[in-house]
Design a protein around this ligand. Structure first.
Ligand code: NAD
Ligand code: MG
Length: 391
């Protein structure tokens, strides 16, 4: 059987790993749409290699470049936010949602409306609009398969189990680039230093989010939204080797752990072939070589983002959209060297406080328009706070 698939964020780290798996199993897939951002050469080369029907860049100014790069191929070219979402409405059986940031939400929803399968790497859409995404999937009979390594791990540990029998789940975190730095040095950490990861090779933004543990904060909320576990059932452990991805503890006291090399092609491949298990090109676990596995509770002073995730779940409503919007804005400000590393959490905390005080997260239902409005409000509030603290 040949399956029609589309990849959103094809030029990124997850998108390229997805194409790597497709390349090894070409006969079974027909690529419909590939989307990217600035990297037109990569997008066009992949569209040609896989014989895509359409290639879309997020940047309208780059449409002439994309057209030129695809000329003579017969592949359609398009550009802009709306064109990406339109591409998600082209019939396909499997979609990879691997755009980074809230821009992944609208195409994810459009894909779900087809009632097929959405492999979800774009955790931001679950954090900002979990109920909207899950309800859209339910209404259209679509399936969301988690691609974040921790969530794929939980999903696998839960196979054949009853969710009601789960006592708690534990997701692990490497601790990021600054796990062993003295606390007082963190304020002076640069974007380059934060963008190096001890174990995983990922996009720049998620790598910096790993150093601050905003990534783990997003993942706590992702666990809550996707699996429905209550906040007090979800815990985080620092695990420097990144070999254990998640653990599920059942009410009889048994804990099921998921282990594997830190290679996203496992979680992607699992979602690609689910419910079957196929051979995947990932390094097999060698525990004797690893020698030891270490675990520690995260230090709340080093990782203030984790407490913010708890606050967001307590606030409920559209607080997730505010949290994600503020975090994305603060992260960009850090990358642009407008604020320091530790100021990211300060900005996000201040935004949550302002939104909470005004009660704006409680206003309005879970619609795409309301999520987008809350996202914008949080970014504006973050910008106001950044201007204040940077004088
Ligand atoms: P990346 O930066 O390497 O790639 C991002 C992709 O999104 C690129 O194709 C880029 O062109 C596209 N993009 C960026 N901004 C866009 C916009 N405004 N509109 C449309 N497209 C846009 O990121 P990544 O590391 O591959 O991560 C992608 C998603 O997967 C993120 O949500 C991330 O949190 C999640 N994720 C990544 C990993 C990983 O190992 N890289 C693991 C778990 C989850
Ligand atoms: Mg993860």
């Amino acid at each position: 059987m040949v399956r029609r698939i589309s990849i959103f964020g094809a030029t990124g780290s997850i998108g390229q790993s997805t194409l790597d798996l497709i390349r090894r199993d070409r006969a079974h897939f027909r690529v419909v749409a590939l989307t990217g951002g600035q990297n037109i050469a990569r997008l066009a080369a992949d569209a040609r290699e896989f014989g895509a029907e359409i290639a879309v860049t997020a940047d309208p100014a780059l449409l002439p470049d994309l057209r030129a790069a695809l000329s003579g191929s017969g592949i359609e070219a398009a550009a802009g936010e709306a064109a990406i979402t339109e591409a998600a409405a082209r019939p396909a059986e499997w979609f990879m949602s691997a755009i980074v940031g809230i821009a992944g939400l609208a195409p994810g929803l459009a894909a779900l409306e087809q009632g097929t399968t959405l492999a979800l790497a774009n955790k931001e859409s679950l954090v900002a609009a979990g109920p909207l995404l899950m309800e859209t999937a339910r209404r259209h009979g679509a399936r969301i398969l988690p691609v974040d390594s921790e969530h794929s791990a939980i999903f696998q540990a839960l196979a054949g189990e009853e969710a009601a029998a789960v006592e708690r789940v534990t997701i692990t975190a490497s601790g990021g680039a600054f796990r062993d730095w003295p606390l007082e040095r963190l304020a002076h950490a640069t974007p380059e230093e934060a963008a190096t990861h001890p174990n995983w090779s990922m996009g720049q933004r998620i790598t910096i989010d790993s150093a601050s543990m905003f990534n783990k904060a997003l993942e706590i909320i992702e666990t809550h939204e996707y699996f429905g576990f209550s906040p007090d059932q979800i815990e985080v452990l620092v695990h420097p080797q990144s070999l254990v991805h998640a653990l599920v503890t059942f009410r009889d006291g048994a804990t099921m752990a998921h282990l594997g090399a830190p290679d996203m092609r496992h979680a992607i491949g699992h979602a690609l072939y689910w419910p079957e298990r196929r051979e995947l090109p990932v390094v097999r676990l060698d525990l004797a070589a690893a020698g030891q596995l270490d675990f520690a509770a995260p230090d709340p002073a080093r990782y203030p983002a984790l407490a913010l995730a708890r606050e967001v779940m307590e606030m409920g409503g559209l607080a997730g959209a505010a949290f994600n919007g503020a975090k994305e804005h603060a992260l960009t400000a850090f990358i642009e060297r407008r604020i320091g590393f530790t100021q990211m959490a300060e900005v996000v905390a201040a935004v949550l406080e302002a939104i909470g005080r005004a009660g704006s997260h409680r206003a309005g239902a879970f619609t795409l328009a309301n999520v987008a409005a809350m996202d914008q409000m949080a970014r504006q509030e973050a910008e106001r706070i950044i201007n204040r603290i940077t004088g």
